[in-house]
Ligand binder design. Structure first.
Ligand code: UGA
Length: 438
């Protein structure tokens, strides 16, 4: 029997859950998304997305109207007779670097106590290797009705800011199962996406997620490490990266040096894999090094500026870009969050501009920061400028803007936005990451 339109439920409406739910509806499945936050559910039922993600709201509205997409806090009605339930709740980092599995456990228990028919449980959240086994045992222990449950791992590889696009154009779908039936069901659920499917066992699927993210984090830290060396020996990291990129074994992506990676994934997943290793008595030295380098890299420009200036006290500092990358309003682990408190503590007046991150920043940083609605406003009369995110609005500024608007045109660019020569010609004292004037 072939089920093309399945009844799917999704637990958790964060980036992973919401995007998965909406995209499953878009390809024809009947989807119910569950969250404990009533306000958020009401908002989504009225067609408003709680996160800023290109194309998402449009698809939400379309599928709500088509009756294929539902949002509810009533998990019982959503789980009871679902063909499959996707778990997309958070696994936040704990102080020791391990992943907090409380939310997964809560959902697993709710599922166990609610199911009235056989069901496939799919873990989409990023979870330490072995968690799917635990989830399966946990659900079986708490099952109330006599139903059959299978648990599968299906990690998510979407990046924030391009989540919808990434879902429909994923490089691969990873399916980790321990039985043929679960594998078949997931293949059917994903069939309408027409994407390559890689089928492995559950533990390998869990590992693929960490291995992929940590490899990318390692790649960035490697380039940052090299950038620091380039500065010392007079090489240019961008030329080096370009030269490397022609080798298909290296690839052209994720070779950009900067002020370090942030976000909700790389910082958390590197620490979680190191933690997993130490639990097994092993030191994952490559990843530990990447984490250390990233920590230092976030303050690279601050350290440079500290050496150049007598004091920050009383200086007007323009901060351009607050989010951990462009295209998102997320500030988790963003370099700006490390730097701004240091500047404030040293008596600087911080004027910050970000096209979408201001609201989130207000929740995380003291009131002392002044937020501006344009980069020009932040730059006017400034003594120093730090650039932390390569937003288009910031890239579009011409070098002469810094020269004209700033009191003293001293710019520290953590994303290598401008050509050195152009800044030089405009009369801007300009520092970036790992580059030399040619
Ligand atoms: C990342 C991965 O790219 C996704 O494949 C993965 O699914 C996701 O984590 C996840 O686990 O959910 P994301 O954190 O949204 O996605 O953002 P990225 O675009 O990967 O950027 C992460 C950080 O690396 C940013 O701070 C960015 O500025 C930095 N970066 C990226 C660099 O410093 N240099 C580069 O060359 C590329």
């Amino acid at each position: 029997e072939r089920l093309t339109n399945m009844k799917l439920s999704v637990a958790g409406t964060g980036y992973v859950g919401l995007v998965a739910g909406v995209c499953f509806a878009e390809v024809g499945h009947s989807v119910t998304c569950v969250d404990i936050d009533e306000n958020k559910i009401d908002l989504m039922n009225s067609g408003i997305s709680p996160i800023y993600e290109e194309g998402l709201e449009e698809l939400m509205k379309k599928n709500l109207a088509a009756g294929r997409l539902h949002f509810t806090t009533d998990y019982k009605s959503a789980y009871r007779d679902a063909d499959a339930i996707f778990i997309g709740v958070g696994t936040p980092e704990q102080p020791d670097g391990s992943a907090n599995l409380t939310y997964i456990a809560t959902v697993a228990r709710q599922i166990a106590e609610t199911l009235e028919k056989d069901c496939l449980i799919v873990v989409k959240s990023t979870v330490p290797v072995g968690t799917n086994d635990k989830v399966e045992r946990f659900i079986k222990d708490f099952l109330v009705n006599n139903v059959k449950v299978e648990v599968a791992s299906n990690p998510e590889f979407l990046a924030q800011g391009s989540a919808v696009h990434d879902t429909f154009h994923a490089a691969r779908i990873i399916i980790g199962t321990e039985c043929e039936h679960a594998k078949k069901m997931l293949e059917q659920i994903y069939e309408p996406f027409h994407l390559p499917i890689v089928s492995v066992n559950r533990r390998s699927a869990e590992m693929i997620k960490y291995a992929s993210n940590d490899f990318l984090a390692l790649k960035i830290s490697y380039m940052n490490d090299l950038a620091n060396l380039c500065e010392l020996v007079g090489a240019d990291i961008e030329d080096v990266a370009q030269g490397m990129s022609f080798d298909a074994r290296i690839g052209a992506k994720f070779l950009n040096a900067g002020v370090g990676y942030g976000g909700s994934c790389f910082p958390k997943d590197t620490k979680a894999l190191s933690y997993l290793a130490t639990q097994h008595g092993y030191h994952l030295r490559t990843i530990e090094a990447a984490v250390d380098i990233n920590k230092e890299q976030k303050l690279k420009l601050f350290e440079k500026a500290s050496k150049r200036l007598i004091t920050f006290n009383g200086l007007k500092v323009a901060v351009l870009g607050l989010t951990f990358k462009p295209g998102t309003d997320d500030l988790r682990e963003a370099p700006s969050l490390e730097n701004i408190p240091k500047l404030l503590a040293l008596g600087a007046q911080v004027f910050a501009y970000d096209p979408v991150g201001t609201q989130n920043c207000k929740k995380l940083l003291p009131d002392k920061v002044t937020y501006t609605s344009s980069p020009e406003e932040a730059l006017t009369g400034a003594n120093v400028c730090f650039i932390f995110t390569e937003w288009e609005q910031i890239k579009a500024l011409s070098p002469s803007v810094y020269k004209t608007l700033m009191r003293t045109p001293l710019v520290y660019d953590g994303r290598n936005i401008y050509p050195l020569q152009a800044m030089n010609d405009a009369g801007v004292e300009y520092y970036s990451i790992g580059r030399v004037l040619k």
